[in-house]
Write a protein that binds this ligand. Structure first.
Ligand SMILES: [Zn+2]
Length: 357
């Protein structure tokens, strides 16, 4: 017996394709959430959707290519049994516990080849020597063609790479510092892409450009220190899932107003909360409660199909699975953070006796 889902009208507010029994909270909460969407570069759409040989190779090895171009490295306890298609059939990305996204300083080290962020230093070099050295032996020629295409697509549109290009040609790399802005709070209802100067700054030891951002991470040419990018930083998604966010579009942060809420109202609510939480040492303490889009609502909106809008996330195959798992962990940790930061409202001390007994 076959069960057919009843067809449903698209959401009247955000035009999302609805399936039977899906509640309004699954797309835009009946018009309360609106996020602007930038068009995916047409050449990248071709890699995601066409049937030429490069596009097939790109999609079949999507996690490899994303890893090649991402700025961060991911750490998690991956379940190897479910990713082994020879023994268990369908590939399933299954992680245990937390997922960490780390970014590393770019100091030179003997025997170390440039990776992640450092590869962008050499993107003005026409031979692409550093990038192509990372190709895998078995599929070197196919890898090269796709990497070349991706590099051309990202050239000029990714704001991070614009900051770093040609740093590979300087003699005194150890004097250089890269400051990544962790405090981007763009109102994503209208515009989603920050300016090149807003995402990062590059400066040399002793220069006046240092300390441009309120909350940032500083990488340097002196060492290879590791820094964590936290799930509530707006740049978490675009530093890690570059193929979904090629222009450096921001992901979720806790200051995206709902429809009908002004930025001034959000800032006021944040200031009140920050004062109340005072000195918790956590930079997520200043969220503005129910005036802003929650992390769950944000990603529900992002995962929807909408007629006429190309959504690369839904074409992502194994990278889609990784992104979905990462997002799930992000929603869970945001809920735990809420409980941790709101003990005075939740009054958990009252229940302490229950646990003890
Ligand atoms: Zn909707």
């Amino acid at each position: 017996m076959t069960h057919m889902l009843k067809s449903e009208d698209n959401c009247e507010h955000c035009n999302a394709k609805k399936f039977e029994s899906e509640p309004p909270g699954f797309c835009c909460r009946s018009g309360k959430i609106h996020l602007s969407t930038r068009e995916t570069p047409p050449k990248l759409v071709r890699l995601w959707s066409s049937s030429d040989a490069n596009a097939w190779h790109f999609r079949a090895n999507i996690r490899y290519f994303n890893g090649h171009f991402s700025f961060t490295s991911m750490y998690c306890k991956l379940d190897r049994v479910t990713t082994d298609v020879r023994n268990c059939g369908i590939y399933t990305f299954c992680a245990h516990g937390q997922i960490y996204h780390n970014i590393r300083s770019f100091g030179k080290e003997d025997g170390h080849e440039p990776g992640h962020l450092e590869l962008y230093f050499y993107d003005d070099d026409p031979s692409l020597d550093h990038r192509l050295r990372k190709c895998r032996e078995k599929s070197a020629q196919e890898d090269r063609e796709v990497i070349q295409r991706l590099k051309d697509i990202l050239h000029g549109i990714n704001h991070y790479s614009e900051n770093f290009r040609s740093m590979g040609q300087v003699d005194n790399l150890e004097d250089y510092h890269v400051e990544l802005n962790l405090d981007q709070r763009l109102d994503q209802r209208t515009y989603n892409v920050p300016l090149t100067s807003e995402v990062a700054a590059v400066w040399i030891e002793g220069s006046k450009r240092r300390g441009q951002f309120d909350n940032s991470v500083v990488l340097q040419g002196k060492d290879r220190s590791i820094h964590g990018i936290r799930s509530y930083h707006g740049c978490y998604d675009d530093l890690s899932f570059l193929l979904f966010f090629p222009r450096g579009e921001l992901g979720w942060h806790n200051c995206i107003p709902k429809v009908g809420v002004t930025m001034a109202e959000v800032n006021k609510a944040r200031a009140i909360r920050k004062a109340r939480v005072d000195g918790g040492g956590d930079d997520d303490a200043g969220s503005a409660g129910n005036k802003c889009v929650s992390v769950r609502d944000y990603y529900c909106y992002k995962f929807q199909m909408r007629l006429g809008i190309f959504n690369p996330i839904l074409y992502g195959k194994r990278l889609f699975q990784q992104f979905a798992v990462d997002t799930y962990v992000k929603i869970k940790s945001s809920r735990l953070d809420y409980i941790r930061n709101n003990q005075d409202i939740l009054r958990a001390d009252l229940y302490q006796g229950l646990v003890d007994s």
